[in-house]
Write a protein that binds this ligand. Structure first.
Ligand code: NAD
Length: 421
């Protein structure tokens, strides 16, 4: 049985109020033809996703695009080595992706360019009649968020944000537990992306990379979707609840400049004004009265155990993953006892995990990358709604400009737009 997006996301609380009636199977016949895709941006991430896609029978790669000619050739070679025809190549100029979009044999594109380019490229792709799978984040300004929403409405094409952390097995299991009512109404979530990425802020030439440029410019949280995405799905954001307002604070910055000085030997002149803030926290209030504590830090020294972390509080259950995956469920767990998640992973498998884990497990991020691509292909082919649609993409990505605005205002509350409007 296929699940539509609202059912995939609906929380246990919503089910208790009868929205199960909304469940309906999409019976569209499977199109036997593979989806013909173009890959825009075949750097580190794009190449990894290309490799994964080449192992999936539902995809044919018609064209690739990157402004780095070496990357384009490597991508073409990779496609050929997977026994597909050598794809058309583009990238002579930063706008050459539009030539790829003009091709009739490209039905959909995967965009894995620097984040600052995603929204413009996605809007152009939608208007060219292509379906879009976009890497995170979807956009970096509020105008871009709205442009995306309008472009999807105007064109009727499928847009999906490739937020792979939503497809981690434990995160899908929590979603399933919510759907089966184990948590009751939710009040609080804590989540963060805390990952020492300083090595990605500068290139080998000592110049700032696109990530470095973002870190230099944005004083808020510029990588919110990995952590906010699963929480938003758990809380039914844009389904039964919505993000209403946030406050945001950032620390001063010491980590990135220290790294540039010590690890890269850059002069004070080359480092310049440095970065704006190392660590950022947002407190986001939802319309129903729940609170999300969202943290972000890519510029501080720390070993990487996990790049993301989560905790979730409901009326009848509590979950957290920072000290191993553990849960406490009223009526099931011993008094004052955390339980390891192992038994729950087995007992509450998400339907997607049950369906695909045999093939997904071997792929990137514990299978999560596979689910994101497979879901996109299936949605397009079956004509069902995107599970991480443009409204979610805009809402989650809007944290980038909104957090920066709140920091600029000294931590004053700022409203989160309702992108469903
Ligand atoms: N979901 C995840 O787990 C995950 C992991 C890593 C990166 N990402 C996302 O993937 C995206 C790419 O990250 P990356 O690490 O591969 O970066 P990268 O710098 O390695 O790759 C970006 C590529 O885009 C190309 N490019 C730049 N401008 C272009 C243009 N105008 N037209 C065509 N190509 C252009 C660059 O030449 C480069 O090859 C980012 O948005 C990042 O946030 C997501």
């Amino acid at each position: 049985m296929e699940l539509d997006r609202r059912v995939f996301l609906t929380t246990g609380a919503a089910l208790a109020t009868g929205s199960l009636a909304a469940m309906r199977a999409f019976a569209a016949p499977r199109d036997p033809e593979p989806l013909r895709m173009g890959f825009i941006g075949v750097g580190s991430r794009g190449m990894g996703l290309l490799q994964l896609a080449l192992g999936m029978p539902g995809i044919r790669v018609a064209a690739v695009c990157d402004i780095d000619p070496g990357r384009v050739r490597a991508a073409q070679d990779l496609v050929e080595s997977a026994d597909q025809a050598r794809p058309a190549a583009y990238g002579a100029t930063p706008r050459a992706y539009r030539q790829l979009l003009a091709r009739d044999d490209v039905e959909a594109v995967l965009i894995a360019t620097p984040m600052q380019l995603h929204a413009t490229m996605a809007v152009d792709a939608l208007h060219a009649g292509k379906h879009v799978l976009s890497e995170v984040a979807a956009a970096v300004t509020l105008d871009e968020c709205w442009d995306l929403v309008h472009a999807v409405r105007e064109t009727g094409r499928t847009y999906m944000l490739a937020e792979n952390v939503c497809y981690y097995r434990q995160n899908m299991t929590v979603l399933e537990m919510l759907r089966q009512g184990l948590f009751g109404p939710l009040t609080y979530a804590e989540c963060g992306y805390v990952h020492d990425c300083r090595f990605l802020l500068y290139g080998p030439d000592g110049k700032l990379t696109w990530r470095g440029e973002l870190a230099r410019r944005c004083s808020g949280n510029w990588y919110p979707t990995h952590s906010l995405g699963p929480v938003a799905q758990w809380m039914g954001i844009n389904v039964t609840d919505r993000l209403e307002r946030l406050v945001s604070f950032s620390t001063r910055s010491v980590g990135a400049a220290h790294y540039a000085r010590e690890a890269l030997g850059l002069s004070e002149e080359a480092i310049g004004d440095g970065f704006i803030g190392d660590s950022n926290t947002c407190l986001i209030q939802t319309e129903s009265g729940a609170l999300i504590d969202l943290r972000y830090d890519v510029a501080s020294l720390r070993p990487v155990l996990s790049t993301t972390y989560f905790a979730l509080q409901g009326e009848r259950a509590s979950y957290e993953d920072r000290n191993g995956l553990r849960v406490h469920v009223e009526g099931r767990s011993g008094h004052e006892q955390w339980e390891a998640m192992d038994a729950y992973l087995e007992e509450f498998p998400h339907p997607l995990w049950s369906r695909w884990h045999d093939v997904a497990d071997a792929s990137g991020h514990g299978g999560a990358d596979f689910y994101a691509i497979q879901e996109f292909v299936d949605c397009v082919r079956e004509g069902r709604p995107s599970p991480i649609d443009v409204v979610d993409a805009a809402t989650w990505s809007s944290i980038i400009p909104l957090s920066a605005e709140s920091v600029r205002l000294g931590g004053a509350p700022v409203e989160v737009p309702d992108f469903r409007a």
